[in-house]
Design a protein around this ligand. Structure first.
Ligand SMILES: [Zn+2]
Length: 93
């Protein structure tokens, strides 16, 4: 993922492997399960001005294996390249 600091406009590349993922809700629908995840980046420190940025995603997977919808919330930064959401949902078969 890439995020640009809103204070100094430096772009920071972030490894999304360490993002905290939580499966908050599973509901049954016509095409099977729908999963709702909350994904948090934790602290992202700007390389240049040391501003503390963070992002959160709310992600809905439905049907299984497909990202149906997501919302993004950024603090002190603007996302310039989204993470690959599929990596957050692959650990169930
Ligand atoms: Zn900065």
């Amino acid at each position: 993922m890439k995020i640009t600091c809103t204070k100094c406009f430096t772009e920071v590349t972030v490894n999304s492997d360490n993002f905290n993922k939580e499966l908050l809700e599973t509901s049954e629908r016509e095409m099977g399960s729908e999963n709702f995840y909350e994904i948090n980046s934790g602290e992202i420190i700007c390389n240049n001005c040391k501003t503390n940025m963070s992002v959160q995603f709310n992600v809905w997977e439905y049907p299984i294996g497909v990202i149906n919808y997501f919302e993004q919330y950024e603090t002190n930064g603007v996302i310039t390249e989204l993470p690959d959401f599929s990596r957050f949902i692959i650990d169930h078969e």
